[in-house]
Design a protein around this ligand. Structure first.
Ligand code: RM4
Ligand code: MN
Length: 393
């Protein structure tokens, strides 16, 4: 890597120290495909143990101080106690993810179901999630709906949008203080013909009519192949409607693989838009969350690796020479402008990231440090008996 100027190094250091990446409780649990869940040793048996694993990731990376919960997977009797446990472990509870996709009643939809009683049940769950947020001190309610239809004519598409709008409005009205609603979209699956929130445009339209604290969340795995996700990032940032990301990578569908594994260049292009809009700062309100499942690889080191992948893409985006880029763009110099971006992308930022970690009192090699720490041996020995956590599909 070429020697960085002291100003560039300082800029990198400041931005990367401030960056926050939220991990997901379900990433530490057993997961799989509809064909098989391969259980792993040492997997948490309850939300308390998931939080301990998330705290371990934070201990080695220094930039993952919150963990998202999924309700009911992480249901406990006393959420304030869970928040206290998190604090003791050195982390805090992050976004609360609602789950209205695993109940028989929701076969034909949750908040868009034609049956009023089912819709009430779905909304009651969303409101329960806001109660959880009150107890945990979480800022964000993250909503993903599996709702949709499999066959043309199965239900009235516009009526379903009306029902969705009504449910969102009631839930939005229940938010207090600085709590936010993050609405996620997904092209297809489990609904195959028409999903009720299939794309950023639909999510954006609902958020726009709800108000300021309703924002769109981009799950990077939820698009058609070839979708220009960074364009969506730029448009939502411009509109002040980008609430956050669910990061992961995909080769084919919603693969939920480690972020930056399938397409690190795409992750760089996304982070470039973030840096251009000065939206990396936590105050900008863009939540950087991981939404991944580690089906065949060991989970904790996979989450550590994912956090590092986001940091690497961010560091490269921070290295883009913005003055040179602007000059080339203004001059209409297509090749020079593209070269500025590619120069940054091709820079090996791993050495500087290792240095910055060492400066911050961390081990420069988080994956190695985790392996040497004995944490896995400890949880493997301790977590025997009981029921391993899983996502219960
Ligand atoms: C969904 C969506 C949600 C996540 C669940 C596990 O596809 O991405 O964000 O909570 O999966
Ligand atoms: Mn997601």
């Amino acid at each position: 890597m070429p020697e960085l100027s002291p100003t560039t190094r300082a800029r990198l250091e400041q931005a990367l120290r401030a960056q926050r990446i939220e991990t997901a409780s379900w990433a530490y649990a057993n997961s799989g495909t509809r064909f098989k869940v391969f259980a792993q040793e040492g997997v948490p048996r309850d939300p308390y143990e998931k939080i301990a694993d998330a705290a371990t990731v934070h201990r080695f990376t220094g930039v993952a101080p919150t963990v998202a919960l999924h309700i009911p997977w992480d249901r406990v009797d006393d959420y304030a106690d869970l928040a206290r446990h998190a604090k003791e472990q050195g982390v805090a509870l992050g976004a609360i993810n609602a789950n209205v996709f695993q109940d028989d009643d929701f076969k034909l939809g949750s908040v868009t179901n034609p049956d009023t009683a089912v819709r009430r049940k779905a909304v009651a769950h969303l409101l329960e999630c806001v109660d959880v947020m009150d107890a945990t001190g979480s800022r964000d309610l993250k909503l993903w709906f599996s709702d949709g239809i499999n066959y043309p004519g199965q239900d009235d598409v516009r009526a379903r949008q009306d029902r969705l709008a009504e449910a969102l409005r009631e839930t939005y009205g229940r938010l207090g203080g600085d709590q936010r609603m993050l609405l996620e979209y997904k092209l297809f699956e489990p609904a195959f013909y028409a999903t009720d929130v299939p794309d950023w445009g639909t999510a954006y339209a609902h958020c726009l009519s709800l108000g300021e604290r309703a924002q769109v969340v981009i799950d990077t795995g939820h698009h058609a192949p070839g979708t220009n996700i960074e364009f969506i990032v730029a448009v939502l940032l411009r509109a002040g409607k980008l609430g956050g990301f669910d990061f992961n990578s995909r080769f084919y569908a919603d693969d939920d693989l480690m972020v930056g594994a399938a397409d690190p260049f795409q992750l760089f292009r996304i982070m470039h838009e973030i840096v251009l809009a000065d939206a990396l700062r936590p105050e900008a309100g863009v939540a950087f969350m991981l939404d991944q499942c580690h089906n065949i690889e060991p989970k904790i080191p996979a989450v550590i690796r994912s956090v590092m992948n986001v940091q690497e893409a961010t560091a490269k985006a921070l290295l883009v020479d913005r003055a040179a880029l602007r000059a080339a763009q203004d001059a209409g110099d297509v090749l020079a402008a593209n070269a500025v971006l590619m120069d940054a992308y091709h820079t090996d930022v791993r050495p500087v990231l290792a240095e910055l970690r060492a400066d911050a009192g961390l081990d420069p090699d988080p994956v190695g440090a985790y392996a040497r720490s004995g944490y896995f041996e400890k949880i493997r020995a301790e977590r025997v008996g009981g029921q391993q956590a899983g996502w219960g599909a």
